[in-house]
Design a protein around this ligand. Structure first.
Ligand code: GLN
Length: 384
């Protein structure tokens, strides 16, 4: 239908997200999908049973705006046990309708027109558009693709009196890098005595490999007091379609975030919250995740050893980067599309994670897939 209204786009250069575009193309060509960071295997049946039980028990109406109390208390206990910080279940923890909603609510509540928000590219594709929708300016700092590290001197040079927020993400999508003690020290020093809020996307908090540790902002008091931590049940419990996550912040920041959350979604799905509250009683449900995904990373990396791709080291998350520029001059978009059409494997071109479309001849592979899919995907990629 032709619209009667002429429209000035708020995001003129944004198209449909790469995950949707590649997902559709992948389905059209019956390709194996190593693109989206979503499991293709089942979650624990107990979790499904927990949701069904909650529904049968009549928990089918709006949850409290901040989330089901049992879940917020279970989260406060879990976070204190793992990371040392005690967040108040009433004032400092909110259950959100996906980590994406939490990111949106936090940025929209805390960032004002004219502010600058520093973040690191390659980056998850929603950060910069959300900042721009607030009339603020996203300031991208590029990670080194040699060693996937942050040049903190460059960050120091980019920070100024307009900087309102720094968005960090460890374990990192799409590179699989993980914050070190050094990153924490530099971030602490850079933000000390400022009003800068840290928005910490920690959705892969339980997926750190090779015995490494997750540096949650909640582990470091000087960072926790200025941080909004966003995490996700979808990534941890293999249920990305349930759209439930949680957000933690000091009470004064949380008060503002809830003002947006309440008008965006009001509350997250009720029966799922009861099921997660029960699941959190069993720490093995999240503590076993690193080992589980490390085996998948290793399976895929080993199966790709005879391929022509150069794999970059993945220390966490669901992702691994693969460089193809050693054997093809194609743009990463053309290459990814050809992989779908010819090799029947879907991946994400890394340029999708750069606001300026920087093309480094690299694709992102997701290993959040069952082992048969990973082995068959690798077999196909070895023939490229
Ligand atoms: N976080 C997942 C990824 O990076 C999925 C994101 C999405 O589909 N919106 O692949």
């Amino acid at each position: 239908m032709q619209s009667a209204c002429s429209q000035r786009s708020k995001l003129p250069d944004v198209g449909t997200t790469i995950f949707t575009v590649i997902g559709q193309l992948s389905a059209e060509h019956h390709a194996l999908n190593l693109s989206q960071g979503a499991p293709n295997f089942a979650c624990d049946v107990q979790l499904v049973e927990g949701v069904a039980q909650a529904m049968r028990a009549g928990h089918n109406q709006y949850a409290p705006m901040s989330g089901v109390a049992a879940l917020r208390h279970a989260l406060a206990d879990k976070v204190e046990r793992l990371y040392g910080a005690r967040f108040d279940a009433d004032d400092e923890i909110t259950v959100i309708a996906s980590a994406s909603e939490g990111l949106y609510s936090a940025i929209s509540a805390l960032v004002h027109p004219g502010d600058e928000v520093t973040y690191f590219e390659p980056a998850f594709d929603s950060y910069a558009p959300i900042v721009r929708l607030q009339g603020a300016t996203p300031v991208a700092i590029k990670l080194s693709l040699q060693d996937l590290t942050i040049d903190w001197d460059e960050v120091a040079a980019a920070i100024n009196s307009k900087t309102r927020m720094i968005i960090v993400n460890s374990p990192h999508n799409p590179t699989g890098s993980v914050f070190t003690e050094h990153d924490i020290e530099r971030l602490t020093a850079l933000t000390r005595n400022t009003d800068i809020v840290i928005l910490s996307d920690e959705v892969y908090e339980h997926v750190v490999f090779d015995g490494g540790i997750h540096h949650s902002m909640a582990c470091h008091p000087a960072l926790a007091e200025r941080s909004v931590i966003v995490s996700s049940f979808g990534k941890t419990y293999h249920v990305t379609g349930w759209r439930v996550g949680y957000c933690m912040a000091p009470a004064t920041l949380m008060e503002e975030i809830r003002k947006v959350h309440q008008f965006m979604v009001f509350s997250a799905d009720t029966p799922m919250q009861y099921a997660f509250a029960t699941a959190l009683n069993n720490p093995q449900s999240y503590l076993g995740l690193a080992e589980f995904y490390q085996q998948k990373r290793d399976l895929l990396a080993n199966a790709l050893q005879s391929s022509r791709f150069e794999l970059l080291p993945s220390r966490g998350s669901f992702f691994m980067l693969a460089r193809f520029s050693g054997f093809s001059n194609e743009s990463d978009n053309d290459f990814a599309v050809r992989l779908i059409r010819e090799a029947k494997v879907a991946t994400i071109p890394l340029s999708a994670f750069y606001s300026d479309g920087t093309d480094t001849g690299i694709i992102r592979l997701s290993f959040s897939k069952d082992n048969d899919t990973l082995l068959e995907g690798a077999r196909r990629l070895c023939q490229v």
